[in-house]
Design a binder for this molecule. Structure first.
Ligand code: C2E
Ligand code: CA
Ligand code: CA
Ligand code: CA
Length: 278
């Protein structure tokens, strides 16, 4: 039965408790996952508009759990953040991205890989130094590595975030604002960030063809990005109509199922082998 707090509302139920315990074991499994080989890096290609040339890819973590099967990052990343295991996941993804970039550099040196950085990573005092060490280990042009930081995460500690972003930029990395439009940051604040890309959240891209309201919003975001000298990428592009609208609005890059799903293994290799010589 549900226990009741002083307010009279149920503050936990058996179902919630079971879910909590389930997540606890998930989190202890996460330690094993990083140490073993249960994590995978999938890559979703990004394409220039209007021409369609590949410009790089976003790295997305996948967890193949031995008992639970595939666990979605939407499910385990929040718990990895709460427990601090996120720093191991991020470190592993950065390593994979740098290893892949080193391979790509021989034939496609212009392609970049974007890695998602959580707020917790950003506020970790050791993060910059660890990344510096990783870069020293892998002989990769640092400007081929992009870090994506969600707009809402920046606002948790705006001043520290600005300082850390400047440190990362100083190392030659490229920086992107992820899920733009969902974080309520001010223009004055955005202007202080040494970023070069703005990624419009896919909620704004959805149905862009027939909703003139969202079309005006996306137009404004693209103009804002261009006004600040940034490259603007649209996420979650799924239809030709969305793509055509984005081209008409002057968007620079698209990412989404229309261009490609996230790829791994043989499918990723086939995509890479099919790229034209630069
Ligand atoms: P995100 O950074 O916004 O990543 C884009 C998500 O949208 C990915 O989901 C991707 O598979 C999905 N997506 C791409 N194109 C389309 C499309 O056309 N339509 C739709 N409906 N979805 C599309 P995924 O891989 O499940 O990742 C979910 C979220 O988990 C990511 O959102 C990101 O916030 C987080 N995440 C994933 N990998 C990592 C990681 O390595 N580190 C951290 N810190 N977070 C990660
Ligand atoms: Ca992202
Ligand atoms: Ca995003
Ligand atoms: Ca959509």
């Amino acid at each position: 039965a549900a226990k009741r707090g002083a307010t009279g509302f149920a503050w936990y139920s058996e179902a919630q408790e079971a879910a909590r315990l389930g997540h606890l074991s998930l989190v202890s499994d996460l330690r094993t996952a990083v140490a073993g080989s249960q994590l995978q890096m999938w890559l979703q290609p990004k394409f220039a508009l209007p021409g369609g040339q590949a410009v790089g890819a976003e790295a997305l973590v996948r967890w193949q759990h031995p008992q639970r099967g595939f666990v979605s990052p939407a499910e385990f990343i929040p718990f990895a953040e709460q427990t601090g295991y996120i720093s191991m996941v991020t470190q592993w993804m950065l390593q994979e991205a740098l290893r892949t970039l080193a391979q790509w550099a021989r034939t496609q040196p212009a392609l970049s890989i974007s890695v998602n950085i959580s707020t917790r990573d950003l506020l970790d005092p050791q993060f910059c130094e660890r990344l510096q060490n990783l870069l020293a280990q892998h002989q990769v042009d640092p400007s081929c590595l992009r870090l994506e930081i969600v707009e809402s995460g920046l606002m948790e500690d705006p001043q520290t975030s600005v300082d850390v972003l400047h440190c990362l930029r100083g190392m030659g990395l490229e920086l992107s604002i992820d899920d733009f439009g969902t974080g309520y940051s001010s223009m004055a604040y955005l202007q202080k960030l040494p970023v070069s890309e703005l990624k419009i959240d896919r909620s704004f891209v959805d149905g862009l063809d027939h909703q003139s309201g969202s079309q005006r919003l996306v137009k404004t975001m693209i103009e804002l990005g261009h006004g600040m000298g940034l490259m603007v990428t649209a996420e979650g592009v799924e239809t030709e109509a969305e793509k055509a609208t984005l081209i008409a609005l002057g968007c620079d890059v698209m990412q989404g199922y229309l261009g490609s799903r996230p790829l791994h293994g043989a499918a990723l290799q086939a995509w890479f082998d099919g790229l034209p010589e630069p």
